[in-house]
Design a protein around this ligand. Structure first.
Ligand SMILES: C[S@@+](CC[C@H](N)C(=O)[O-])C[C@H]1O[C@@H](n2cnc3c(N)ncnc32)[C@H](O)[C@@H]1O
Length: 408
């Protein structure tokens, strides 16, 4: 397990010798030939709010570690619940600070809790360690406040990202983030604070034109996309935007080696609730044979690929004639029913890997996720099988989460 606040290098002069594979920005995963690189897909406007010219920053609390988690706006409560529960399980007694719709949660750890591994979090897209918070930044020279905060830390940085939460106000800060990012890198280089071999990435999270967190991520255990969001381009021939959910799931929930080993041409998959075929499209693009189960119609071009069998059947009753490599499921159903069905497929050995959505009810969404994941673990444990379970609320998910499960 990664240490929560890893030991710092003793002297700045000490250089890291290992090049981190995820340090170069941004690692977007393997794209198929012919698919152009994604471009930023949002239009943003600059904010021009007048701010006071006073300076203030809070250094890191001596009592404990402060964490910053990015999440989907509207899910700050679930993200806070999850951090609190994981911290408590690790022996800590911290508390969360969150504002609904902000797209981030600040978590203040207290006492000597063990590590929280950001990769285990369902509702956080990125988990950072806070070095300090600056408010009342001078709008014409924000770096005059931010740089001392950075320089107070003995580390060098493989990169520095200035980002903003995924909220309406955060999106409006995007042009400012870009400008400040260039200025920050330009200021770090002559100070010799950039070292491409360092495992530490510097994050400045602007929460307003005059307020920011300064934070750090370990590139070995954090997500390699600014804001924790992989920017994917919609493939023109895919029949639905849902296709991006499965593409993101494969990118976020599996690593490169797993994608290569577990998704091979000629493998067989079942897609429950497949119409019109966005998820099937992703599997066919990787040359898998797909049984698409849905009473709704499937995209004609997909059917013409020769790799798809369309069955008009109930996804809850369908059983594969022989075990398949993959089960994917995007049926709009009660999450518990879907979790039970997935658990049955995995426990019976009808599939080796599964990716599915759990559509969340409006209330008690965190509790429902816990219940469904617990149900999967219990069923597999009763069947004497070890389960590899990974879940995340993806950028392309709305009121839902996406789960990867594999019998290990
Ligand atoms: C969100 S859509 C799936 C979109 C699809 N994943 C895509 O990428 O194009 C949900 C689908 O689930 C199907 N569905 C719902 N209940 C089902 C069931 N019991 N059996 C089979 N399909 C079902 C619906 O017909 C609908 O087409």
């Amino acid at each position: 397990m990664q240490p929560d606040a890893p030991p710092l290098p003793k002297r700045r002069a000490r250089r890291h010798t290992r090049m981190s594979p995820t340090c170069e920005r941004p690692a977007r995963g393997t794209r198929r030939p012919g698919v152009p690189a994604p471009s930023p897909n949002r239009k943003v406007s600059a904010m021009s709010r007048a701010v006071p010219q006073t300076r203030a920053f809070e250094p890191p609390s001596p009592q404990g570690d402060r964490l910053l988690a990015y999440c989907r706006p509207g899910f700050e409560g679930e993200c806070a619940q999850e951090l609190t529960a994981l911290d408590a399980a690790a022996g800590g007694g911290g508390f969360a600070r969150a504002a609904r719709g902000s797209g981030f949660v600040e978590f203040v750890r207290a006492g000597a809790g063990g590590a929280i591994d950001g990769r285990r979090l369902v509702f956080a897209r990125q988990l950072l360690h806070v070095l300090g918070h600056a408010s009342a930044l001078p709008v014409h020279d924000r770096l005059s406040v931010l740089l001392p905060l950075v320089e107070a830390d003995p580390r060098r940085w493989c990169d520095a990202w200035v980002e903003a939460p995924d909220s309406d106000p955060g999106r409006a800060l995007a042009p400012l983030c870009r400008g400040l990012n260039a200025a920050l890198i330009a200021a770090l280089k002559p100070r010799k604070l950039i070292d491409r071999a360092s495992p530490w990435r510097l994050h400045v999270c602007l929460t307003a034109t005059d307020a920011a967190f300064v934070a750090v991520a370990d590139v070995r255990s954090s997500t390699p996309w600014p804001g924790g969001i992989p920017r994917l381009k919609f493939p023109r021939s895919a029949p639905s935007r849902s296709t991006l959910k499965l593409e993101e799931a494969l990118l976020v929930l599996l690593d490169e080696g797993e994608r290569e080993r577990w998704l091979k041409p000629g493998m067989r998959a079942v897609d429950l609730g497949a119409s019109p075929g966005g998820w099937t499209w992703q599997l066919v693009a990787r040359s898998l044979h797909v049984t698409a189960v849905d009473n709704g119609p499937m995209d004609a071009a997909l059917l013409a690929s020769g790799l798809v069998d369309h069955l008009r059947a109930d996804g809850f009753r369908y059983r594969p004639p022989k075990p398949v490599d993959w089960l994917v499921c995007d049926m709009v159903e009660q999450p518990r029913r879907v979790a039970e069905l997935m658990a049955q497929w995995l426990a019976q050995g009808w599939c080796r890997h599964a990716i599915f959505n759990l559509k969340l009810p409006m209330k008690k969404r965190y509790d429902e996720v816990e219940l469904c994941l617990g149900l999967l673990r219990a069923t597999l444990s009763d069947a004497g099988r070890r389960l590899d379970l990974r879940a995340r609320q993806l950028y392309h998910d709305r009121e839902e989460i996406t789960v990867f499960a594999r019998v290990a």
